[in-house]
Write a protein that binds this ligand. Structure first.
Ligand code: NAD
Length: 597
């Protein structure tokens, strides 16, 4: 089915003819990125001429072309394109290059006075010209990541109804029961390979933001394209709007979601089930990423669907992988072995328990029994240390309950358990106090301090606090970015344990191999790969993750490792290509203008 090498020209021509006739991408080639195929096809023959005719016939012209963000090039349309496509006179006379357009965008972006204004500006650009949007992001990832992702995306969700300009993605509400497939069918693209879906109940550490949580799937999918080159037309953000229990949103006249309390119980489950089945029907084989569901639904939905369909939960599994990657890198600094560490988590929710689960898997791979492995991971939640005598523990927490006297206070738990690493995933700010940090530095030459709660205002401690109270010896990572800290005459660069090191690469590995499931082993190899991508120089500056400008290379390496697991475990629908790296590279979307004539 996918042996395009032999008949590539013929199939490509038919493929584009389909596009012209139906306005949709052919399902037959749903796997293949159109742009990569166009790039790879030959030039100067009869096939090329026919393709060009097809392509021209498929293009809108004049003002419609300028208003289509997928096709618009703005001032970069060449004079010849302007003549042929009815654009002459509709654009200022001078033709600019993509690089010059990037320069203009950056100039304007930097003039905005707040990050939320920069966010709105970037989203408006995405609505106008997608190629330029992705180019700007890819070339300036370090500067713009905090705008399109945490922390600014959190602020954007808090203000979503007020900054709302144009809809993006699909909203499915309780009143759509029985017709979810029809709604998905309204999406203009058929070749959807990745869906990010939220019900908006636990947006970052900000709680229930209802339909305003749509900013998160939109932002995450932009990062799939920027970081791993998933083509933008292959991704779809979805919000399941089942109401909100956030009173201030319900009273806000500009709130964009249903004005009703959250639906729970059977009706909730039925709608989710209908959504899952509709995706299989409308976008077969598409990977679903569950995002920012509250604890009560996140674990059980993952458990219910992970062995049935191609899906994962980023808050549980993505966070686990990026945290384990950071730990593996940190151990390169301390010289310690994973099996000898004691990890104490503040917070036993999706992020904390997910990380514990993956650590156990890594330790079992190194020869420990599951029970021995679990003894490395300790948790304090809102009620204190998780121990066997507690009667209030969920099934997931019970797995990490140890035989130990109860301890109510985190500081006391640190002093009693003397951990090598403290990992904050509680959403509670300032819980890593100076006394706790000083104590960690007393008992560890290089204490590992991960303060992962988002956004910045929820962080358990700042980078400056972590370095100050440990005499600069902490190996620090945070969820939201912190600026470098100058200590003892040198700069320390706090690492950001950003899930973006993981999910785009995992997604690309799954899409490239056509994997039917997303497994824990895939997340473990993703974590190991990210850790391997950290150089000695990075470590010397205190960075336990690779620099963000290398994110495409890192995501490619992750995608290869994940695809290898899919091939090894018989989960892939396609045979393994001889050169997997070249194959995946060929699928990666490059934000560049292609010529329309
Ligand atoms: P969650 O709601 O599933 O879990 C929160 C946990 O914190 C619960 O176990 C709760 O009992 C505990 N908690 C609440 N108050 C506490 C207190 N006073 N003392 C001790 N524990 C307390 O949420 P989650 O998905 O696990 O996310 C937690 C935090 O981690 C959020 O702020 C989120 O933004 C952040 N996070 C960061 C990353 C990252 O950095 N890559 C990824 C995912 C989540």
């Amino acid at each position: 089915m996918y042996k395009i090498a032999h008949d590539q020209e013929e199939i490509l021509i038919r493929f584009e003819k389909d596009l012209v006739d139906s306005g949709i991408l052919s399902k037959f080639l749903s796997h293949i990125n159109l742009q990569s195929m166009l790039k790879k096809s030959g030039k100067g023959d009869a096939g090329t001429r026919l393709r060009e005719q097809n392509r021209l016939a498929a293009l809108p012209s004049g003002i419609d072309l300028l208003r289509d963000p997928n096709l618009n090039k703005g001032s970069a349309f060449t004079l010849q394109e302007r003549e042929t496509l009815g654009l002459t006179g509709l654009l200022p006379p001078r033709v600019h290059s993509l690089d010059e357009q990037v320069q203009r965008i950056l100039e304007n972006l930097r003039k905005q006075s707040t990050d939320i204004e920069r966010y709105v500006y970037l989203i408006a650009l995405q609505d106008r010209n997608k190629t330029l949007f992705y180019r700007v992001l890819l070339d300036n990832i370090e500067e713009l990541m905090p705008i399109v992702y945490t922390p600014t995306v959190g602020q954007a969700c808090l203000e979503f109804g007020h900054i709302f300009r144009r809809p993006r993605g699909v909203y499915i509400t309780a009143r759509d029961k029985g017709r979810v497939a029809e709604l998905l069918g309204n999406w203009p693209f058929r070749d959807v390979r990745v869906i990010v879906v939220t019900d908006g109940e636990r947006i970052l550490g900000l709680g229930d933001l209802g339909a305003d949580g749509m900013g998160i799937p939109v932002g995450k999918l932009s990062l799939y394209s920027v970081c791993a080159g998933i083509h933008p037309s292959q991704s779809l953000p979805i919000t399941l709007d089942l109401g909100t229990d956030n009173a201030s949103l319900l009273n806000d006249p500009l709130y964009i979601g249903l004005q009703q309390p959250r639906i729970r119980g059977e009706l909730y489950d039925e709608l989710v089930e209908e959504f899952i089945l509709a995706v299989q029907q409308v976008f077969p084989g598409c990977m679903i990423q569950f995002e920012d569901f509250a604890n009560r639904n996140a674990f059980r939905l993952l458990q219910q669907y992970r062995d049935q369909i191609c899906c994962f939960n980023d808050d549980i599994q993505g966070t686990a992988a990026v945290t384990v990657a950071g730990i593996l890198s940190a151990l390169r600094c301390t010289g310690g072995e994973l099996k000898d560490q004691r990890f104490l988590f503040l917070g036993a929710g999706e992020a904390g328990l997910g990380t514990g689960g993956l650590l156990v898997q890594a330790l079992v791979e190194q020869g420990l029994s599951e029970e021995e492995a679990r003894r490395c991971c300790w948790y304090v939640d809102s009620k204190g240390l998780i121990v066997k005598s507690r009667t209030d523990l969920s099934e997931h927490k019970q797995q990490f309950a140890h035989d130990h006297p109860e301890i109510a206070d985190f500081k006391e738990a640190v002093e009693t358990l003397r951990p090598n690493a403290i990992i904050g995933v509680s959403g509670q700010p300032k819980r890593f106090t100076p006394e706790i940090l000083e104590f960690m530095a007393q008992i560890n030459e290089r204490p590992i301090i991960f303060s992962l709660s988002n956004p910045t205002s929820k962080s358990e401690c700042t980078a400056e606090e972590a370095y100050t109270w440990t005499e600069g010896r902490a190996i620090f990572a945070s969820g939201s970015p912190f600026p470098p800290v100058r200590m003892n005459g040198r700069n320390l660069y706090p690492a950001q344990g950003n899930n973006v090191y993981i999910f785009p690469g995992v997604g690309m590995g799954v899409v490239a191999s056509g994997a039917s499931r997303v497994t824990d082993e895939m997340f473990l190899v993703a974590a190991q790969t990210v850790a391997q991508e950290v150089s000695e120089t990075d470590l010397s500056y205190g960075r336990v993750y690779p620099p963000l400008p290398r994110i495409r290379e890192v995501s490619l390496a992750v995608a290869i490792a994940v695809a290898e697991v899919a091939y090894k475990d018989g989960l892939a629908v396609t045979p393994r290509p001889a050169d997997l790296k070249e194959y995946i590279q060929g699928l990666m979307f490059e934000p560049e203008y292609s010529s329309y004539i």
